[in-house]
Structure formats: structure tokens, C-alpha cells
Ligand binder design. Structure first.
Ligand SMILES: Nc1ncnc2c1ncn2[C@@H]1O[C@H](COP(=O)(O)OP(=O)(O)OP(=O)(O)O)[C@@H](O)[C@H]1O
Length: 514
């Protein structure tokens, strides 16, 4: 790829070429390239484990590449020698998936992390620090007093605060390079819209923006150009205008997707209820009542803070109940705690799988069999061949990119770790499956596989409750959706329904303000 562009194209802000990186036997990047123009939003897409994060870490100096160059605004750097300081000096700014905002600290303190406070070495000049923070907040459209704790900010505002922190020291308000790793992964649609609006505005001011995402709708909405990687290789860079979802899928997978998973049909017989929830209160939830039948896929929608995750936690016994009852398989689940729930055939796949569900310093195989190792023992003998064959089958079924069952879980990309956790729970054939954001961070191929497995589990009589920020997903896989707002069920929707209707019901009469 050459750094020259036709006369009317904007100048190239960043170009990388010939970047390779191995981790032992794993070739994460094979001579990849990428080019970012000033003033554009550029999406980097690709399946789990294709090397997106590795490239970002090589640019940030977290990893040193085996080979490759970086050119920023005309200056060339050797990526084999890259360090965080060099990345900073080159003018690159990063916002990682966890934006690193500390809720208890003020906006001024959050903006000052990683840089010197105003004042002498012995005394912070708070007046000057707040004044500077006020200017930065104004520049980035965050209308809060700098002394406010960051806890008062909405989630997209926190992401924007992280962007403001990344860009605050740029001498001009234009011409920076901002690299965002899955900034919208945990946000429901209305909040995503707010953040994408801000990203567009920054591009219009002249910043070059690279955004890594698995959400194809947002690629189509915001990207001027798109680059795809596959298996550590550069595939292509194409214009964002006129892209369809199936074009993006083919770019990512190198093939079309099979037929979409069918919607599970809801069962209505009360005798088949797996769970009955009555007047349940706890956490932010108040007087919630609903049933879930065997073979039903029930969706839970709502904005951030509506109580979606807490609803699953209350059923599973992770959150104390204030009032109300939960009946599970015809019996009171009053004293249920997570280990009892698990023994009785409930499975809960939490949203933050990396922190709550991955067993670190263990292999892929050990993570897959956690909780049901006993099935591989016969008269004290471990049937390790069967155990390994089952692991290989799951690795293939979910297309988990790993060197094999004995690889350490930490060596897998984030999305591939997620697939291992989901595979573990689906193996247990639970009676009730509680899924919190089951496809967050997984690629389009695995997403399809997960939908099929959910439909299969429902066909076999499992009751499934899915919390998802992606309303399209709920409309596709659920027979029924409950919409939560401020801890209460405000609407119940049934098929046929679409994402837009779920969105409208979630927002309700109030406007999203930023
Ligand atoms: N520290 C590491 N040690 C060993 N292997 C690694 C390490 N980091 C990444 N890899 C491997 O390099 C490959 C690329 O991983 P990377 O995290 O870049 O993928 P990704 O495209 O960001 O995936 P995802 O969409 O799942 O986040 C994967 O096969 C991964 O297992």
C-alpha cells in the first residue's frame, strides 16, 4: 500500500505496513497493512482471533511486532521498537474497551490520570486543574461541573470522558489519531447512537478515527471505510457507502452465512412453566411478575440501569430478594443460591465473562469441563480421551481459535474466551438458561452458531431468558420480549416484532439526553 492518495482524497494520517507478530506457534499477524485518512471513521473488522487487538497493542507499544512500520503524519517508526512513550509521541491516542474511568473520582481527577496535575510538585493548584478540566469538558460537549464525581455520568458520557482524556493534550483540536477498541460493546442502541454521534463529530473536526467493532449495523452507519482481517491476514479495504450486512459477513468470514436461526416458538401451557416470578423486588427491580415456559426463549430489553442484569441475578440467587417469590420447577426457590441453582439445572452466563466466568491459569479443556468433571470419571479412572474428544468437538463447533485443548485460556482472544464459557454452559443441558449478553464480543460466525444452539436447547425443552443490548438479536431469537424501565416491566411484546418497536418501548416517552 502506498502512502500517496489521489489529489482530492484527504491526507493519510496513519499507515501501517508489513506488520507481523507471533506468539509461540500462533501467527497472530502476517504482514498486515492499514491506512487511515485524516477526518475519516475507519472500521477494523474480522472474526475472533483474527489479530485486531494484537495490531492495536503493537501500535500502542504494549507488544513489539516481529516486523512492520508505522507512518504517522509523514514520520516513520519501526514497530519492532514501539513503546507506549513512542506511541504517545507519535500522536496516537487509545481508548480501550474498559475505558478506565473511576466513578468515585471527580471529572478533573479522571482527566488528570496519567498526566501531571497543575501546580508545583508539593501542592496541586485545584483552581487551575478545575479550570483546565472545564475547558476540556466544554470542548468535548460534556456539560458537567469538573468537580462532579464520574459516577454521575451516563455510560456513553464515561466513554466520551475517556476519549476527552485521550485527546486533551493534543495541541490543536484537529488532526489527531484516535483508536477505539470496541467502545460500544456494552451499550444498548440509544446510548450507542449518542456515542457514534460524538465519534462522527470528532472525525468532522479532522481527527482520524479507527474503531474496532463486531457490530455490523454500526459499521454500516458510521464507517467511511472498512478494513477486514482474516486469520491474521489483511483481506481488503473498501468504501463504507452502500455496504450491506451480507457484504460485511462475506468480508469477515470469506463465505456467506447459513440460513438464520429460526425463532423458538413460545409454549403457553401453564403446566410447562419452568419459572414463575411473582411481585419480585430486589436491587433496582420492583414488583416484577412473569413466567417462562419450557421451550421458550424470553428476551429482556431495556436501557442501561433498567435492571436487566439484576433480574437474572435475582432468579439465580446472586442478588438478595426483598419481596416476592420465585417458583422453579414447581417448587419455591426462596433459599436458592448460585451453587444450589447450578445443581438444580439452572445455568447463568454472566455479562462480564472475563472477570466472572473464566478460570485463569487453566487450559481451554479445564475451562470447558469446569463443574462437570465427574462425567469423565469411571470407577476413579479419568476418561481423558473422551474428555479431549469432547473438547475438540466444541472447539470445532464454535470455531474457537486456539492451538488446542491444552492451550492456556489467557492465550485466546477475548471473543474466543467467551465462546469457551458459552460452550461450557451449553454442555450442561440446563433446564433454565440465563444468558446475559450472550453474543457480546463474538464474531458473526460464532453468533450464528450461538443462535442455533439456543434454538436447539429450546427445542429440547430448556427455558431460556436472554438479556441483550442488541434489540435486533432479541427480535430474531425470542418468542416474547419483556421491556424493563426503571426496574419495572413496562411492555410485553410477542412475535412478530422488530428491533425498532423494542427500541421505542425501551425509550418510552422520555428523550435520551446527553
Ligand atoms: N498474549 C498472547 N499469548 C498467546 N497468544 C495470543 C496472545 N495474544 C493474542 N494471542 C493470539 O493471537 C491471535 C489474535 O488475537 P487477537 O486478540 O489479536 O484477536 P482479535 O481479532 O482481537 O479477537 P477478538 O475479536 O476475539 O477480540 C489469537 O489466536 C490469540 O489466541
Amino acid at each position: 500500500m502506498s502512502a500517496a492518495t489521489p489529489a482530492d482524497d484527504p491526507p493519510i494520517a496513519l499507515a501501517v505496513a508489513g506488520v507481523s507478530k507471533n506468539f509461540g506457534a500462533t501467527q497472530a499477524l502476517r504482514s498486515v497493512q492499514l491506512e487511515l485518512r485524516a477526518g475519516e471513521v475507519h472500521a477494523l473488522i474480522g472474526g475472533n482471533g483474527c489479530g485486531k487487538s494484537t495490531l492495536i497493542k503493537c501500535l500502542a507499544g504494549v507488544h513489539q511486532a516481529d516486523a512492520g512500520t508505522l507512518t504517522v503524519n509523514g514520520a516513520e517508526y519501526d514497530l519492532a521498537d514501539q513503546s507506549p512513550d513512542r506511541a504517545r509521541d507519535a500522536g496516537l491516542r487509545f481508548v480501550h474497551q474498559d475505558p478506565g474511568i473511576f466513578p468515585a473520582l471527580s471529572l478533573t481527577e479522571n482527566l488528570s490520570l496519567g498526566r501531571r496535575f497543575e501546580g508545583s510538585s508539593r501542592r496541586i493548584n485545584w483552581r487551575a486543574a478545575h479550570q483546565r478540566a472545564r475547558e476540556v469538558l466544554r470542548r468535548f460537549g460534556i456539560e458537567h461541573d469538573p468537580r462532579t464525581p464520574a459516577a454521575a455520568l451516563s455510560v456513553p458520557q464515561r466513554a466520551m470522558l475517556a476519549i476527552a482524556r485521550a485527546l486533551q493534550d493534543q495541541e490543536s483540536e484537529h488532526g489527531g489519531v484516535l483508536i477505539l477498541d470496541e467502545p460500544t460493546a456494552a451499550l444498548p442502541a440509544p446510548e450507542v447512537q449518542v456515542l457514534l454521534g460524538w465519534i462522527r463529530r470528532l472525525a468532522q473536526e479532522g481527527h482520524a478515527i479507527l474503531i474496532v467493532t463486531h457490530r455490523l449495523d454500526e459499521v454500516r452507519e458510521v464507517a467511511d471505510r472498512v478494513t477486514a482481517f482474516r486469520d491474521g491476514r489483511y483481506v481488503n479495504t473498501i468504501d463504507g457507502a452502500g455496504l450491506t450486512e451480507s457484504m460485511l459477513v462475506e468480508l469477515i468470514l470469506g463465505r456467506k452465512l447459513d440460513q438464520a436461526a429460526s425463532v423458538a416458538s413460545p409454549t403457553t401451557s401453564t403446566a410447562d412453566h419452568v419459572v414463575e416470578v411473582r411481585d419480585l423486588s430486589g436491587g433496582p427491580l420492583a414488583e416484577v411478575s412473569f413466567d417462562v415456559a419450557a421451550g421458550e426463549v424470553l428476551g429482556i430489553a431495556g436501557l442501561l440501569g433498567s435492571g436487566r442484569t439484576e433480574l437474572l441475578q435475582l432468579i439465580y440467587g446472586l442478588l438478595p430478594r426483598r419481596t416476592g417469590t420465585v417458583t422453579y420447577l414447581g417448587k419455591s426457590a426462596h433459599a436458592l443460591n448460585p451453587s444450589k441453582a447450578c445443581r438444580k439445572g439452572m445455568a447463568f452466563v454472566p455479562e462480564d465473562r472475563a472477570a466472572e466466568a473464566v478460570f485463569p491459569a487453566s487450559t481451554v479443556l479445564e475451562n470447558l469441563v469446569q463443574g462437570h468433571e465427574h462425567q469423565y470419571f469411571r470407577r476413579l479412572w479419568l476418561r481423558d480421551r473422551v474428555e479431549r474428544e469432547d473438547a475438540l468437538r466444541d472447539i470445532q463447533r464454535f470455531n474457537i481459535r486456539t492451538s488446542g485443548p491444552t492451550a492456556y485460556i489467557e492465550s485466546l482472544s477475548g471473543g474466543n474466551q467467551q465462546k469457551v464459557i458459552l460452550a461450557r454452559w451449553l454442555r450442561q443441558q440446563p433446564r433454565l438458561l440465563l444468558l446475559d449478553e450472550p453474543t457480546q464480543g463474538v464474531d458473526v460466525g460464532a453468533r450464528d452458531e450461538i443462535y442455533k444452539l439456543i434454538a436447539l436447547a429450546a427445542d429440547q425443552g430448556c427455558a431460556i431468558v436472554v438479556v441483550s443490548s442488541e434489540f435486533e438479536e432479541l427480535a430474531q431469537i425470542c418468542g416474547r420480549v419483556l421491556v424493563l424501565s426503571h426496574g419495572r416491566i413496562v411492555t410485553e411484546m410477542r412475535q412478530p416484532m422488530n428491533a425498532h418497536e423494542i427500541l421505542e418501548a425501551s425509550i418510552g416517552p422520555r428523550e435520551i439526553t446527553v
